[in-house]
Write a protein that binds this ligand. Structure first.
Ligand code: SAH
Ligand code: DHB
Ligand code: MG
Length: 228
């Protein structure tokens, strides 16, 4: 098994289960043309997010880390009439590319892009005290994963779901002595997950993945382990 095989299987599986989508292809091309890093979720991962949000019946979705809005568009397309997605992005350039992509995909009416530091925008959402979210996708800087998860917990309704991307880092997360900020972020996330699992506030799992993005993984947490 090697990365070429993982990517080959992703491409093979995508042909079977994903419709050709010129809009999403144009979105990725626009990201590349603007010089954004090629770190969006893969097509199959985008579809997974969309299916999870649909299974959850999510009407209010929160995303932390927009980049060019590729994952945002997958999620926006899961929304029922009247649904909304709020997405948070630090970089002005990424936000500008994303806004253009939302227009391209025709989802600009359901997406609310808030610019600035996610920590500040999350605190702002908490202060506003709006309706809680049904589904949250955390995919920004990995050093702050634990803080984003704690904020997401406060912003998600009982029974809502939180997905956190990039929690395996090619396996580097098992190195307790790592000085890599992302690895340390994931390890602090797992301390919070252990505490909140113990308290019965979440029920979570972590799944390792391989594919076009190499070897990584995600955590899925449902809020309110006791039937919430
Ligand atoms: N979810 C996107 C990919 C996100 S990449 C997709 O799959 O299409 C991570 C994004 O998080 C980058 O655009 C980066 O600028 C943003 N980011 C990094 N640190 C941040 C912070 N402190 N606050 C908000 N966004 C941040
Ligand atoms: C990186 C970030 C991501 O969100 C991802 O899915 C893959 C890589 C990165 O910062 O390298
Ligand atoms: Mg990611």
């Amino acid at each position: 098994m090697n990365p070429e095989t993982w990517a080959g299987v992703d491409e093979y599986a995508a042909k079977a289960v994903l419709a050709r989508d010129p809009v999403l292809e144009a979105v990725l091309a626009a990201n590349e043309a603007a010089g954004l890093p090629a770190i969006a979720v893969s097509p199959l991962q985008g579809k997974l997010l969309q299916l999870l949000a649909r299974i959850r019946g999510a009407r209010r979705i929160l995303e932390v880390g927009t980049l060019g809005g590729y994952s945002t568009i997958w999620l926006a397309r899961s929304l029922p009439a009247g649904g909304r997605i709020v997405t948070l992005e630090l970089e002005k350039k990424h936000a500008a590319v994303a806004r253009e992509n939302f227009r391209r995909a025709g989802v600009e009416g359901v997406v609310e892009l808030r610019e600035g530091r996610a920590s500040e925008r999350l605190a702002e959402l908490e202060r506003e005290g709006g309706e809680l979210f049904d589904f949250v996708f955390v995919d920004a800087d990995k050093a702050s994963l634990a803080e984003y998860f704690e904020a997401a917990l406060r912003l998600t309704r009982p029974g809502g779901a939180i997905v956190l991307d990039n929690v395996v880092r090619k396996g580097a997360v098992i190195d307790a002595a790592s000085e890599d900020a992302s690895v340390r972020g994931v390890r602090r996330l797992n301390e919070v997950l252990a505490r909140e699992t113990e308290r019965g506030r979440v029920s979570a799992t972590t799944i390792q993945t391989v594919g076009v993005k190499g070897y990584d993984g995600f955590t899925l947490a449902v809020v309110g382990a006791n039937g919430g």
